[in-house]
Design a binder for this molecule. Structure first.
Ligand code: FBP
Length: 243
């Protein structure tokens, strides 16, 4: 299997150990090797890890492209959302990454720092030929509804203006605005974020509507590796997305 990074499809996210803590995990999916096994069996289009898991578990022989997430925060922190860089683009390359990822909490009191940090990362990654994925999450006391279509569209446009190749967004709470979100992102490819585990039907319905409106894929975690049959879930999602 080639490691060529596709700008569409299903990305399997597994950075929750930092973002949420092990509360999302069971005895089984607590191990990154379980996730890598799913990624390989289901041939996902990319795997999203932080540097710790990547260093211990992502080897050259893993045939799935790696997106190394460069920033993160814990759920223990209760203030205005602020996610800072914990590793570099150089380290991502050393770990075998094909792309890098970064979360910006637009609307947070600290957005200026994240925008600045993202800017540096974006320029360095692009100068080294690596695509950049932005988790574009408006959040904080000034954001009343992060699923309002105008807020999701703003998050999409902000990612385009800041040079992201791919933007990961929440599903807006008005289906009729999905295409406006895609248009707002212009050249930036739009991916759906997963969220808490829904029933199978719900997530596939969301994905279908999003793809019909021009989304390029989904970057999903819990809805896959918390399910009883992760490989089958991915197969269904892939069918909805591109086959
Ligand atoms: P899920 O599909 O499990 O929601 O994962 C996607 C993701 O963006 C992860 O990369 C990240 O850890 C998590 O969601 C962040 O979730 P939150 O909304 O709690 O910040």
């Amino acid at each position: 299997m080639s490691k060529k990074f596709a700008m569409r499809g299903v990305f399997l996210a597994y950075d929750h150990g930092l973002e949420h803590g092990p509360t999302d995990f069971t005895d089984v999916n607590v191990s990154p090797s379980y996730i890598i096994d799913i990624a390989e069996k289901a041939e996902v289009d990319a795997l999203i890890l932080l540097k710790g898991a990547a260093r211990h578990y992502y080897e050259k022989k893993v045939g799935i492209p790696l997106i190394l997430k460069l920033n993160g925060k814990t759920a223990l922190y209760g203030g205005e959302p602020f996610s800072t860089q914990n590793t570099s683009v150089d380290e991502a390359v050393k770990l075998g990454a094909s792309a890098v990822g970064y979360t910006v909490y637009f609307g947070s009191k600290y957005e200026k720092y994240m925008i600045r940090e993202f800017g540096r990362i974006e320029e360095q990654a692009h100068s080294m030929g690596l695509p950049v994925v932005m988790w574009s999450y408006p959040r904080g006391t000034s954001i009343k509804d992060d699923e309002a279509p105008e807020i999701v569209a703003y998050a999409a446009r902000a990612a385009f203006e800041l040079g992201a190749d791919i933007v990961k967004l929440k599903y807006p709470n008005d289906d009729s605005k999905l295409n406006w979100v895609v248009k707002s992102a212009d050249k930036t490819k739009v991916f759906l974020a997963g969220g808490k585990k829904l029933d199978d039907k719900n997530i596939e319905e969301h994905v279908k509507k999003a793809i019909d409106a021009g989304f390029s894929g989904i970057a999903v975690g819990r809805n896959i590796w918390q399910s009883d049959d992760p490989v089958e879930r991915i197969r269904k999602l892939k069918e909805t997305i591109r086959y």
